[in-house]
Design a protein around this ligand. Structure first.
Ligand SMILES: [Zn+2]
Length: 391
């Protein structure tokens, strides 16, 4: 592993650009071969059967926040295999930083501690290698966790109401919407021990109403962002070709950082429901933003992972619902600007709202939104830890 690895032709895009379709695959410049690493997500407990072998062959890519120690926890009986840890240099190329040995962590778990080399959020890459530099033993599983498992009790959220909005003809109506929205959003997360500190900005009141087309291109939106919180943009409508239902909102599958990167945002459709209903969608998208999966993976979720083992999120509180695999007619659109995974939340149908876990906040479809606020204890713990890591 002497070679330098980089994001293909789009390396200059930097942090916003990730592997897979839109960005091309990583190129091992030393060996002149294309490799295809996979993403591993913080505290993810889905099966992820494809990750152990990829860790030997092509590497795992993950985001680390500054000032935070992480651990790769491998279930393996191999005691001498080590992690080759790559960071990105100023050109955006992955270059090897160091070899990291593991320590026993009980129950055939070897734990490898990773420390970020950058002062801002960044992608890193890791391979597993044998002590002699050869092929390592195949682990049974691999997880990425934060070394510090404590929780964050709060998060800041800003609602940016962009230009003309359907049904909200003046600033008084917009302010009333914002109050109701924030009240519901605070209530949902308060039930899970998280205080949401809310603020609102009404942006460009005389501007033409904005229809955002979700087609893989990043569109910047106006308004003063909250520099240390989650920014939510409310627009007049969202359009996406091929969507089976109305797109009520979308967000990245995982935030790169909480606030600094322009793509760190939620986008909401004012036509998606009442203020209180839209707060439920916002709470759902916040869940993704913080790293939660859908309770049951849709076909497109699994397609993005390219891992059929991830049919459920791995939490014991959210059993898998099989009917979501047999609904080609109702397939939601799930695109990935610059290769990033997004959740595009659409209104459900009788066929897609029939699972027992339809009341969970992370159910894939907007069904009876007022009744879709539940998080299991395991999901709550995940959210509180990831929130602390992100801020
Ligand atoms: Zn979703």
């Amino acid at each position: 592993m002497n070679g330098m690895l980089k994001f293909g032709a789009t390396a200059a895009i930097g942090a916003a650009c990730l592997l897979l379709t839109a960005c091309g695959s990583l190129v091992d410049m030393g060996k002149n071969k294309t490799v295809a690493p996979r993403r591993i997500f913080l505290n993810d407990v889905a099966a992820n059967d494809s990750l152990p072998s990829t860790m030997l062959d092509n590497g795992l890519v993950f985001v680390m926040q500054p000032g935070e120690n992480y651990r790769l926890r491998l279930k393996t009986t191999a005691l001498t295999d080590s992690i080759v840890f790559y960071a990105r240099n100023s050109s955006g190329d992955f270059t090897p930083v160091r070899n990291i040995g593991g320590v026993a962590a009980g129950g055939n778990i070897r734990s490898f501690t990773l420390t970020p080399t950058k002062t801002s959020a960044e992608y890193y890459l890791a391979f597993l290698r044998a002590a002699n530099g050869g092929t390592a033993s195949l682990p049974d599983s691999v997880r990425l966790v934060a070394a510090d498992t404590t929780s964050a009790p709060s998060v800041k959220v800003r609602l940016l109401m962009v230009r003309g909005l359907y049904g909200l003809s003046n600033n008084t109506a917009k302010a009333a919407f914002a109050r109701a929205f924030h009240t519901e959003l605070r209530s949902i997360y308060a039930a899970y021990g998280i205080t949401v500190d809310t603020s609102t900005v009404i942006v460009d009141t005389t501007g033409k109403a904005l229809t955002l087309v979700f087609n893989g291109d990043f569109v910047s939106l106006p308004g003063e962002r909250k520099s240390d919180g989650i920014n939510m943009y409310l627009v007049d409508s969202i359009r996406s070709e091929g969507a089976a239902g109305m797109v009520v909102g979308y967000a990245p599958r995982e935030a790169f950082d909480l606030a600094l990167n322009p793509e760190s945002r939620l986008v909401l459709n004012v036509r998606g429901g009442t203020a209180a209903q839209m707060a439920v969608t916002a709470a759902h998208e916040m869940g993704h933003f913080i790293g939660l999966r859908h309770t049951s993976a849709t076909e497109t979720d699994r397609s993005f992972d390219d891992d059929e083992s991830n049919r459920d999120d791995g939490f014991s509180s959210t059993p898998y619902c099989s009917i979501l695999t047999k609904r080609a007619v109702h397939e939601e659109v799930f695109q990935a600007p610059r290769g990033r995974a997004y959740c595009l939340r659409v209104t459900g149908t009788a066929a897609t709202c029939g699972c027992s876990d339809v009341t969970n906040l992370m159910y894939p479809y907007a069904c009876n939104q007022a009744g879709q606020k539940t998080l299991g204890a395991d999901q709550q713990k995940f959210v509180r830890n990831n929130l602390r890591v992100l801020q």
